[in-house]
Design a protein around this ligand. Structure first.
Ligand SMILES: CC(C)=CCC/C(C)=C/CC/C(C)=C/CC/C(C)=C/COP(=O)(O)O
Length: 250
């Protein structure tokens, strides 16, 4: 009979010795395999494949919904897509959340600032942006999730791990910068609302451009939000990092 038709009775027979009693699996496994019977381990693996856990089913279902929704929401993924006309605008939003302008702008501000308080804030922002870049690169390298198939790889300056999509680096940066700015800049309420809207639009634009799946962006926003707490915890000051501040005070 084919492998799949043998069923539990076959498995049970294989685990019994000639006297009909059940054998300890480790002792019997080798001889049973030699006799053409699957080992207990391969039976357990087959069983897990046929009967996956609830968590496994939930994860697969979530990923299926994620792929389906991301494909439908990727309305600016190409010029010919449903909202292809909005693609240039989405690409401007993309540049506004890119790492390079943020890093260069912060470094420039740091070199130009002549107040100790501004320098402290900008140094911590630079530290936060670099930490974010490293963290996202590590997670992308570990998870290795491919970008959606409908994404056109025409992004402005990327590094090698940016071929992967989990998590969205733009989303982590947007959430991190948003929290940072709201905590350290005194802004009028309409401006504070604008900062939050900018972060959300950066996240949404990643899916609309077809760069990311929805879960990449949601996790990215969460990671950036959480990373700000780490930055606050490790806050660099002339007391905690005197050598670093000495670089700019001379
Ligand atoms: C310290 C200074 C001033 C410069 C550091 C230079 C440096 C290492 C720059 C790298 C910036 C860069 C290329 C970031 C990648 C941004 C990017 C394309 C992320 C991908 O975002 P995603 O949302 O598509 O995941």
């Amino acid at each position: 009979a084919p492998e799949g038709d043998r069923g539990p009775r076959h498995s049970q027979k294989c685990l019994q010795d000639s006297s009909g009693s059940m054998q300890a699996p480790a002792a019997g496994a080798m001889s049973h395999e030699r006799a053409g019977c699957p080992s207990l381990r391969s039976l357990t693996e087959d069983c897990m494949r046929l009967n996956p856990s609830f968590a496994g089913i939930a994860l697969r279902s979530l990923l299926a919904v994620d792929l389906w929704a991301s494909k439908r929401l990727g309305v600016c993924a190409a010029e010919g897509s449903a909202w292809g006309g909005a693609r240039p605008l989405m690409k401007v939003v993309e540049v506004s959340g890119h790492g390079l302008p943020w890093l260069l702008g912060t470094a420039y501000g740091l070199c130009q600032s002549d107040s100790a308080a501004t320098r402290e804030v900008l140094l911590n922002l630079l530290f936060a942006l670099l930490l974010d870049l490293v963290l996202v690169a590590v997670v992308k390298g570990l998870v290795k999730r491919r970008r959606p198939t409908h994404n056109k790889m025409d992004m402005f300056v990327t590094i090698s791990v940016d071929k992967y999509s989990f998590p969205s680096g733009h989303a982590t940066r947007a959430a991190l910068v948003c929290r940072f700015v709201l905590h350290h800049l005194v802004l009028a309420v309409p401006l504070r609302v604008l900062v939050v809207l900018w972060a959300l639009i950066v996240g949404i634009s990643r899916v609309m451009l077809g760069r990311h799946n929805v879960t990449d962006v949601l996790f990215g926003l969460f990671l950036g939000y959480a990373l700000y707490s780490v930055v606050e915890y490790c806050w660099l000051s002339p007391l905690s990092a005197p050598a670093l501040f000495a670089l700019w005070s001379s």
